[in-house]
Design a protein. Structure first.
Length: 360
């Protein structure tokens, strides 16, 4: 599996998720077997580049190569400038967001909404490729199957994007209209794969080693990309990669290992966000790790009352020590349900803190 000049260790990728796949989480997933990870999207709006949120997203200190940054926007010259800006800050691959129901940028919807305006979508791709090619940086793109059920234009667009120089396309098997509802369908992904020579990545509802193999077989795709199922379960990548390589399943992780992973994750998280914001934004990750575990629900509630890294770390340590007294490994059934759209899985009381934390 290769993107431009970058050879990847395997074909099991982390899907970009704003507010989730920050640098600490991406690094953890890569350490635990993910072959590739793309950053959360960075806006093409120059006036926001110095904001704390964007500068955190564009901070790649210590990140393993290739560093891939996703950009989102609706204006071709601005997207080209955003690509150049991120390359200067260390991006080795630029990914264009046409996959998520992204926010409004300059009064227009970015992300998957671009699929509705094929001419603009192509203009953006051409401008970004023109900015990246002289710098030797491959351009990739993430899209949905189309705008709506009656206009599934992924294949038409994918062909045009390939001709324009895009070097890999990921397709989430839902239309923009669907949001995250219903089941992902893989026939459109298969048709894109069959028509293109560049690598195609299948995305949507992959939540287990068996599902990953099934989706790869059904679509013929070169790789799978996993999003929600990896929330609180970063070891899913090694489980999937191992199953695809050997046909055998790994045992669920030891409780002690999960405790160490989560505690390390939290330390890394605080060092990126600082204590105030870090404690608050860590709550959703902790909630995902303990989901489905005995006592997990009550623990999640308690988390929202803890205000310092020390208290959070101690509580997490105690939870897993207690769990370790009851079982060696995570129960195979302790698999988080898939969350919904952006932000859905955030504990309710954490939303009240969100505003405060974002401005900190
Ligand atoms: C919380 C959240 C944030 C997301 N942010 C982005 C994003 O920034 N860019 C993007 O292309 N897709 C984004 N997505 C879409 C995912 O990359 C992925 O396509 C989708 O979740 C389907 O894959 P899954 O079923 O494995 O989760 C996001 C999804 C979620 C749940």
């Amino acid at each position: 599996m290769q993107i431009g000049q970058y050879v990847l260790p395997n074909n099991v990728f982390v899907a970009p998720m704003a507010g989730v796949t920050d640098r600490p989480f991406r690094q953890l997933c890569k350490r635990l077997g993910a072959g590739y990870a793309v950053s959360e999207m960075v806006t093409s709006r120059r006036d926001l580049w110095d904001s704390l949120k964007t500068s955190r997203r564009a901070d790649h200190t210590g990140e393993a190569a290739p560093i891939a940054v996703q950009i989102a926007g609706t204006d071709a010259p601005m997207m080209a400038a955003a690509a150049a800006y991120n390359i200067e800050r260390g991006a080795q691959i630029i990914d264009i967001n046409m996959g998520c129901p992204a926010k409004k940028v300059c009064n227009k919807w970015a992300g998957s909404a671009l699929m509705q305006d094929e001419a603009l979508a192509l203009q953006i791709v051409e401008a970004v490729v023109a900015a990246c090619a002289p710098r030797g940086v491959p351009v990739t793109l993430k899209m949905r199957t189309g705008w709506c059920q009656s206009n599934k234009n992924a294949l038409t667009l994918a062909r045009a994007f390939e001709s324009a120089g895009v070097q890999m396309i990921a397709v989430h098997g839902r239309t923009r209209e669907q949001g995250y509802k219903g089941e992902a369908e893989y026939d459109t992904v298969a048709s894109v794969k069959a028509a293109l020579s560049i690598p195609v990545v299948a995305n949507g509802d992959v939540d287990s080693p068996h599902k990953a193999r099934e989706v790869l077989m059904r679509t013929g795709a070169d790789a799978v990309m996993i999003g929600r199922a990896a929330q609180g379960r970063p070891w899913l990548f090694r489980e999937v990669a191992h199953f695809l390589a050997t046909g055998t399943l790994l045992a669920p992780p030891l409780v002690g290992e999960v405790a160490r992973l989560l505690l390390d994750h939290l330390l890394d998280h605080y060092s990126l966000y600082g204590e105030f914001t870090g404690v608050r934004t860590a709550r959703k990750h902790i909630g995902w790790y303990v989901r489905g575990l005995p006592g997990g629900e009550a623990f999640r509630g308690r988390m929202n009352t803890l205000e310092s890294p020390e208290a959070q770390l101690a509580a997490v340590g105690d939870f897993f020590t207690d769990l370790g007294g009851r079982m060696d490994r995570l129960p195979a059934s302790a698999q988080p349900e898939r969350g919904g759209a952006e932000g859905d899985a955030r504990p309710a009381s954490d939303n009240q803190e969100k505003q405060k934390a974002a401005s900190a």
